[in-house]
Every structure is written in structure tokens, then in C-alpha cells.
Design a protein around this ligand. Structure first.
Ligand code: MD3
Ligand code: FE
Length: 201
């Protein structure tokens, strides 16, 4: 199935098979350094995050983490997966899509993410998102304001979402997860989201 919820915003429910989901969860477990990001306004993000390729900080990217350690490498296989997802979403080959950032977010039962735009990347190439574990309510807004109109979509384990074109700078967030909805066989207590991006750096 494929649903275009706005121009350039394509939802592929269940695109990842269960084995692929398990492999991605295992990969996420293998990456270390998950941290709550501190915001300049004094707040702390409720998700725990780790980056591959480039380290995201509010509001930019760097080659070193907040602790000054090197950033984990962005693996080739993850870029391949992103190209396949993009091709499935837009129905055309995507040989030139070359993501060099993965931002991995872990949501426990209480974590959420407020409405924001992803505008720290110098490139406006699409963002590809993979959801794993507990389902969540994903809020997709507009490019002008943090408020209405917006559409709420339930994202479940195995779903892919691609945000390109006019949707690339839309406000979006995660008002809540739905704890306990993950398949126990996945062995993940909570929700993981992996977003692939192009830094333009
Ligand atoms: C729409 N993550 O890491 S993924 C983020 O589920 C982020 O962890 C959420 O927003 C999560 O920045 C949402 C879906 C998503 C990702 C990037 C987008 C939607 C987007 C970029 C532009 C528009
Ligand atoms: Fe975002």
C-alpha cells in the first residue's frame, strides 16, 4: 500500500518485512551513545538519540559529538535501503539519492516530539523515515505555522515515510506513542525511528 498524504509526503505502511525490522532493531542496538539532547532554551528532549555520519545538535551538524568523540560511520547498506524506500515511494529509480546522516530516536512509553521543521540540513533532498516497535501518532502539519491545519497518522512498525518536495519543510511531530503495541517477537520495548537525510556538507 502507498498513501500520498500531501504532495511529496508518501506513507508506505508495512514496507519493511518482519525480518528486516528485526535486523534494523539489532543494528540500532549495536549503535552506542544514545543521549537526551539538551536544547538552547534549557529543555531536554524526551527521546534518546544517536547519529550516524554527522552529529545533529540544536541547530546544526558537526563531525564530533557533544562529548568530542568521533561520530559513528554511516553504513553503505543503510543508504541502499534508503534508495530502495525512496524508489518505492515515488515510483521511479533513485540512483542519485545519497543520504549521509542517520538520526536514530528511541521513544520510551512517555517520550514525544513537539512540532518542528527539519531545516538544519543544507540540502532539501527527501528525508526517509523507518518506524520500529510501538506505534505512534505522527502529526504532519503545514509549512507556514506550528498550528493547524495538520493531519494525524498512525505510524506502525515496518512503516516507511518519505518527505520530499513541498513537504520537506513541513512542521511535524510525535504527540504520543502507543505503548505495548509492538509485536513481542520484535523484542523492542518502546519505539525506534530512523531518519535518513542528506547533509549537503
Ligand atoms: C516531515 N522524527 O528526527 S519521523 C526527527 O518519529 C523527527 O522520530 C520523528 O521528526 C520521529 O526530526 C518523525 C518522520 C519525519 C521525519 C522528517 C521529516 C517527518 C518529516 C522532515 C520533513 C517533514
Ligand atoms: Fe523532524
Amino acid at each position: 500500500p502507498r498513501a500520498e498524504i500531501a504532495p511529496g509526503a508518501v506513507h508506505l505502511p508495512g514496507w519493511l518485512g518482519f525480518d528486516e525490522q528485526r535486523e534494523l532493531v539489532a543494528a540500532c542496538r549495536g549503535w552506542s551513545g544514545y543521549r537526551h539532547t539538551r536544547l538552547p532554551n534549557g529543555g531536554v528532549m524526551s527521546v534518546k538519540s544517536v547519529c550516524l555520519g554527522w552529529h545533529w545538535y540544536p541547530y546544526g551538524y558537526s563531525r564530533t559529538t557533544a562529548e568530542g568523540t568521533p561520530v559513528l560511520p554511516f553504513p553503505d547498506w543503510l543508504g541502499d535501503l534508503g534508495r530502495r524506500a525512496l524508489a518505492a515511494a515515488y515510483g521511479e529509480p533513485s540512483e542519485t539519492y545519497a543520504p549521509d546522516i542517520a538520526l536514530v530516536n528511541f521513544y520510551d512509553a512517555t517520550a514525544k516530539m513537539g512540532l518542528h521543521q527539519d531545516k538544519d540540513e543544507r540540502s532539501l533532498e527527501p528525508v526517509v523515515s523507518f518506524s520500529l516497535g510501538d506505534a505512534c501518532v505522527f502529526r504532519f502539519g503545514n509549512t507556514k505555522t506550528r498550528g493547524r491545519p495538520y493531519t494525524d497518522v498512525e505510524l506502525r512498525s515496518g512503516d516507511v515515510f518519505v518527505f520530499g518536495g513541498p513537504s520537506r519543510l513541513a512542521y511535524h511531530g510525535v504527540p504520543k506513542t502507543l505503548p505495548g503495541t509492538a509485536d513481542p517477537a520484535l523484542g523492542l520495548d518502546g519505539r525506534l525511528n530512523i531518519t535518513l537525510r542528506v547533509s549537503g556538507l
